[in-house]
Design a protein around this ligand. Structure first.
Ligand code: C5P
Length: 399
């Protein structure tokens, strides 16, 4: 997918700059045309001669080429690019990008670039964990920039921790996948539920569950990145959507989630039911805080069943609409999942097991099997939730 693509490779002053040489080689090998833009500090780590030899283009670092006086137009380069990738991205460059400090050619080019931007941070673990870096990365993310998360491992300081720049092969894979899946969901409207529901007991207490919303939010981000218009109906979670094509509808209880889904389902092409909806709610929620009894007597809470949102939408589904559900099982996994698929009139179900390490609630990874209505089953290895999101959307596209 990178053949003929115009890529700006931004290199900053970090030890990981040596990996940029491999990245450049891989991009060129994949058929991309690469323009290297390097910061002054970057040149302390790696020479422009190597980079221009490999890219077949003069490396740009200064606003002017010293001996000819030729002006390097950051605007032209920014418009020329199909993508910009900054690898390694130091804490300093990330800070400048997030705050518009355009004191070098790389940040100036970034501010002019219309193309999607990929940022591969590389720094020591404490710099990576600093609130300043966290905030700046969150800012860049909120503008739609793609952060290629650093790996955990041995760092240049010989300390172990998070901050290793992602390997060049992986970065090329991310870019390749971006161009491969770009616009594959253009024109599609997708309704996604995510997170837990909170079922009120009294003004200060609720029945909830451990769902973090990460899986549903990952699906929403991936779908939006592929061009879909997403309505994300979310229970209470600590994360927020980043992509501008995601409309967030915040709800608390299963009844509120159902109402929001009923409102948006008819205009949606697909629905992905990822929320961990409480099966029961207190029959009555007290209007004032329930007091503790003097004698320590047991307290009774009568629960009534919540509506099944997926099944309700399944009944309303018209031809052409698709619904994907999730099944988090502890035993009899396959049978239970297929039972849900049929009972709720779904088109596919994503099965994850609490038995698998790294799968299910609160993790950044998941290990799933996807079973389609036709009975076809695919077992996937442990992957990041973003990659799992991509597999789910690919399956829906096939259906
Ligand atoms: O039956 P179970 O809760 O295991 O089914 C899980 C699937 O059904 C998930 O896709 C979940 O989002 C959906 N569900 C729902 N409404 C409920 C319960 C589950 O939409 N009340």
């Amino acid at each position: 997918m990178l053949k003929g693509k115009h890529i700006i490779l931004g290199i900053t002053g970090g030890i990981a700059a040596y990996k940029s040489v491999s990245l450049l080689r891989l991009l060129v090998k994949a058929g991309a045309e690469v323009q290297v833009v390097i910061t002054p500090a970057g040149k302390e780590f790696i020479t422009p001669v190597t980079l221009s030899a490999l890219s077949g283009k003069p490396v740009i670092s200064e606003f002017f080429t010293a001996n000819t006086g030729q002006w390097n137009s950051h605007v032209d380069i920014g418009l020329w690019a199909d993508a910009m990738v900054i690898a390694p991205a130091t804490a300093s460059t990330i800070g400048k990008m997030a705050n518009g400090v355009a004191d070098n050619m790389l940040v100036t080019t970034y501010l002019s670039a219309k193309a999607p931007v990929f940022i591969a941070p590389a720094m020591d673990l404490d710099m990576m964990a600093h609130p300043s870096t966290t905030r700046n990365l969150a800012t860049l993310r909120s503008w739609g920039n793609h952060i290629i998360e650093p790996a955990t491992g041995e760092l240049a300081s010989h300390l172990m921790g998070r901050g290793r720049m992602e390997e060049p092969e992986r970065i090329v894979e991310v870019l390749d996948r971006f161009f491969d899946t770009k616009d594959t969901l253009k024109g599609k409207k997708i309704l996604i539920t995510a997170g837990p529901t909170h079922e009120k007991i009294d003004p200060v207490r609720f029945i909830g569950n451990y769902s973090s919303g990460k899986m549903g939010y990952a699906i929403a981000e991936e779908a939006a990145a592929r061009g879909a218009e997403v309505t994300l109906v979310s229970g209470p979670v600590e994360i927020a959507p980043r992509h501008e094509s995601i409309t967030l509808v915040k709800v608390e209880s299963a009844l509120e989630m159902l109402a929001a889904c009923e409102e948006h389902f008819d205009s949606s092409d697909w629905a992905v039911m990822c929320a961990a909806v409480a099966d029961y709610r207190p029959e009555h929620s007290a209007s004032s805080k329930i007091k503790r009894g003097d004698k320590g007597d047991p307290m009774e809470l009568r629960l009534v069943a919540n509506p099944d949102i997926a099944a309700t939408l399944g009944k309303r589904k018209r031809s052409g609409q698709l619904i994907a559900g999730f099944a988090l099982e502890t035993d009899n996994e396959t049978d239970n999942a297929i039972g849900k698929l049929n009972r709720k009139n779904l088109d596919m179900i994503v099965l994850n097991s609490l038995r698998d390490k790294g799968a299910g609630f609160r993790t950044d990874t998941n290990k799933v099997s996807i079973i389609t209505r036709g009975g076809e089953r695919t077992d996937y290895p442990l992957k990041s939730k973003t990659e799992v999101a991509s597999d789910i959307l690919d399956t829906l596209l096939k259906l």
